[in-house]
Design a protein around this ligand. Structure first.
Ligand code: AMP
Length: 238
């Protein structure tokens, strides 16, 4: 278990940090950032800001950004910093982000991190960003990613290795044919891992060097991981 993690109990007690402030969830593709962000949203009542979701929304709507991002995302590469920063800037002006937000998948490069740090520093009274990285071993991630399927109707997520539907290929709730994200193939996974090691690992080191970084073990039940993140954030906010 990573050393910086405090003893997390299973099951979550609502913990009231009055102002959680900006929180960054980091980790390789498939570690469960999105799942954990949703747990923390329930707990703290602050929004999840997922750049992957925002970009997929743009692709679905066919915006100019979506047209550019579609090809890049399909190859597992990173969308240019300037485009992603601009998209995040717009999202962070929305009033629901006033007491904090959970960043999921952003910043993913050092220039994005420095852009965000600069933006927060220019807003007096804003708490500094704290970063928590979720750690999961490579082969486990490969299974999680390439086995992932979701229902296009109710968005329930299955996994053919760990959580298969009762009827192969179909949603238990809606009966709809399950779909696989275009970037969840093994080839694209490897490219996303390469991008992560090359571009995002320096972001972890950046926040570590600022003393605003913790790691939690992501190979555990969802509630235990969430409790670990809460404990880590409370420690970093002291
Ligand atoms: P995710 O859902 O977070 O795994 O993101 C899916 C894809 O969206 C990534 O593989 C990238 O192509 C793109 N993406 C998401 N967030 C960023 C970001 N912060 N910077 C650049 N590209 C991103």
């Amino acid at each position: 278990m990573p050393s910086s993690e405090t003893s997390a109990k299973s099951g979550l007690e609502p913990k009231l940090l009055t102002v959680p402030g900006p929180i960054l969830l980091l980790g390789a593709p498939g570690v469960g950032k999105g799942t954990q962000a949703k747990e923390l949203v329930k707990l703290w009542g602050i929004p999840q800001v997922s750049t992957g979701d925002l970009l997929r929304g743009n692709v679905a709507k066919g915006t100019e950004l979506g047209k550019v991002a579609k090809e890049i995302m399909g190859r597992g590469e990173l969308v240019p910093d300037s485009l992603v920063n601009e998209m995040v800037a717009v999202r962070l002006t929305e009033p629901d982000t006033a007491s904090g937000y959970i960043l999921d998948g952003f910043p993913r490069t050092l220039p994005q991190a420095k852009w965000l740090d600069g933006r927060l520093a220019a807003q007096p009274g804003t708490l500094p960003l704290v970063a928590v990285s979720i750690q999961v071993e490579y082969n486990q991630l490969l299974c999680r990613i390439t086995g992932r399927r979701n229902c296009p109707v109710c968005q329930t997520i299955y996994n053919v290795c760990f959580k298969p539907p009762q009827r192969d290929g179909f949603c238990d709730i809606e009966g709809a044919a399950l779909v696989q994200r275009a970037d969840d193939t093994e080839k694209v996974f490897e490219e996303r891992m390469r991008a992560y090691e090359a571009m995002t690992a320096p972001v972890l080191e950046h926040y570590r060097s600022l003393g605003r970084f913790a790691e939690v073990d992501g190979d555990r039940p969802i509630n235990d991981i969430a409790a670990g993140i809460v404990a880590a954030v409370e420690q970093l906010r002291k």
